[in-house]
Design a protein around this ligand. Structure first.
Ligand SMILES: C[S@@+](CC[C@H](N)C(=O)[O-])C[C@H]1O[C@@H](n2cnc3c(N)ncnc32)[C@H](O)[C@@H]1O
Length: 217
């Protein structure tokens, strides 16, 4: 097993994530595509594969168990649920969600055409029928999406404001953040409720991470 494969296995085990061998392989293949196409598509400033594994893959994988828990509370265990990943860039966390939650339809939206094209290429190469790249501004999307996620996108207010029209009435926002963003939470409009701020531990990353869960009210 390669060093990357070993590190990935150790990471998913530390996160307590149940993933098949095929899903582990898809995650490694995604990492390889990110590395290979990074120069062409300008997808991430992180270049070293081990660093990509920790900072991007494991960081995104840390949100999978919380997402699965949320989906399990939906009708039909969330089968057929629709998720929009806003400002997905190279597919983080959208591609990781599509690999780990094959029953969920994942749309990754980005304003940069080549980034959306990269997601389409990942969907074809990794044979992920539940993954789609959309070239658009999030503000132009209608939805309805059951979950709207983002990572390293914008302030909570801008994220919520931009994706308002896309979220289902009973949908939730899943915002991946670093430190508990109290100032951003304080700046939110009254028609949004933060119902949980969930701390995350990313294996191999000594940094604060959390998910801010929100819903329209
Ligand atoms: C800092 S990158 C984050 C990429 C990825 N989520 C990650 O964690 O690596 C932010 C992305 O948001 C995209 N973006 C900015 N404004 C947007 C908008 N209004 N609608 C959709 N995408 C947008 C940018 O093109 C960029 O790819």
């Amino acid at each position: 097993m390669s060093d990357l494969a070993t590190s990935l296995r150790a990471g998913t085990q530390a996160l307590g994530l149940e993933l098949t061998d095929a899903q582990h392989q898809q995650l490694l293949d995604f990492l390889e595509l990110l590395r290979k196409w990074n120069k062409v598509y300008n997808l991430t400033a992180v270049r070293d594969p081990q660093e990509m594994l920790t900072h991007h893959l494991l960081d995104s994988l840390a949100a999978v168990a919380p997402l699965r828990r949320h989906l399990s509370g939906l009708a039909g265990q969330g089968a057929g649920a629709r998720l929009l990943d806003v400002g997905s860039g190279g597919g983080l966390p959208g591609v990781v969600f599509a690999i780990c939650c094959p029953g969920v339809q994942v749309h990754c939206v980005d304003t940069v055409a080549k980034k959306a094209a990269f997601i389409q290429q990942v969907a074809a190469t990794l044979q992920l029928p539940n993954l789609r790249g959309i070239h658009a501004r999030v503000e132009s999307l209608q939805g309805p999406y059951d979950v709207v996620s983002c990572r390293a996108f914008a302030s909570l207010s801008d994220f919520i404001g931009g994706s308002r029209a896309a979220i289902a009435v009973d949908g939730v926002w899943l915002a991946m953040k670093g430190k508990h963003p109290q100032e951003e939470i304080d700046a939110l409009p009254a028609d949004v409720q933060v119902f949980h701020v969930e701390q995350l531990n990313v294996p191999g990353l000594q940094a604060e991470r959390c998910i801010v869960w929100l819903r329209p009210v």
